[in-house]
Design a protein around this ligand. Structure first.
Ligand SMILES: C[S@@+](CC[C@H](N)C(=O)[O-])C[C@H]1O[C@@H](n2cnc3c(N)ncnc32)[C@H](O)[C@@H]1O
Length: 241
């Protein structure tokens, strides 16, 4: 199995924005989501984006006035973030999000970890450890926003073949293989290069976490209040200190 880093480098990073419908539309989408949540700096102004990718959350948060640190393993996605935020002060770190608190000398006001990033961690124990670290890193009144898909429901047989997106030069399909604690996500990408279809394929594992489990572990970590929304199967939980 590829590591997360290898999987993104081999298949996902080059088409990530395209796969989600384009860079600008996602910046607008998250600007709207954060506006709806009435997020604006009220305390230290420090926001940490765990698994920031190409910046769908970091860029709107920086535009809203937060001092953002964007952390991700993937160099290509971070380069896309940097290219698209030259006028903004975003601190970009390439590395493992589990170490986000290493050099943090002031408590943060906001931590986000969105679009399945927590499902990329290799165990539930790591998720529990991350929740404890985030709780300790947040100031009083601080918020932690997570979004993920609940993969506990098992698709059967050919339902497991998912067309992700396609156009005249790119076809992206995903195949899911269920295991008790995880799902093997096989990504299959065809791109037309010089009139020939070039195949990239790789798989990685995602954790199968239910919203009830995540809520319970957030409360065990010390978060006092959680607010939960579901949109097109994507669960967003906002937990407060
Ligand atoms: C599904 S993407 C989400 C990116 C972004 N938050 C968004 O909503 O578009 C997951 C991201 O998490 C990163 N990632 C996964 N595990 C990581 C880890 N342990 N440390 C840092 N980044 C990680 C991947 O490289 C990828 O960019």
């Amino acid at each position: 199995m590829a590591t997360i880093q290898e999987h993104y480098n081999e298949v996902l990073s080059d088409v990530y924005s395209w796969m989600y419908g384009g860079f600008e539309s996602n910046i607008q989408r998250y600007t709207d989501i954060f506006n709806k949540k009435k997020l604006s700096p009220q305390g230290s102004g420090i926001a940490i984006d765990l698994g920031a990718g190409c910046g769908f959350q970091s860029i709107p948060l920086a535009k809203a006035g937060y001092f953002v640190t964007a952390i991700d393993l993937d160099a290509k996605l971070l380069n896309e973030l940097k290219r698209n935020s030259a006028d903004l002060e975003i601190k970009v770190l390439q590395g493992d999000l589990m170490g986000f608190d290493k050099d943090l000398d002031t408590k943060a006001e906001l931590v986000v970890c969105m679009t399945d990033t927590i499902l990329h961690l290799d165990s539930r124990a790591k998720v529990i450890s991350l929740f404890a670290k985030v709780f300790a890193a947040l100031e009083s009144g601080g918020k932690f926003i997570i979004s993920f898909r609940d993969l506990t429901y098992e698709l059967k047989e050919i339902e497991r073949i998912l067309p992700v997106r396609s156009d005249e030069s790119t076809i992206f399909t995903c195949f899911l293989e269920y295991e008790p604690e995880t799902v093997k996500v096989h990504d299959i990408l065809y791109r037309k290069v010089n009139e020939e279809w070039k195949l990239s394929k790789s798989y990685y594992r995602k954790l199968r976490l239910s919203k009830a489990w995540v809520n319970e572990e957030l409360s065990q970590a010390g978060f006092s209040k959680t607010d939960l929304e579901v949109e097109n199967g994507l669960i967003t939980i906002t937990a407060s200190v």
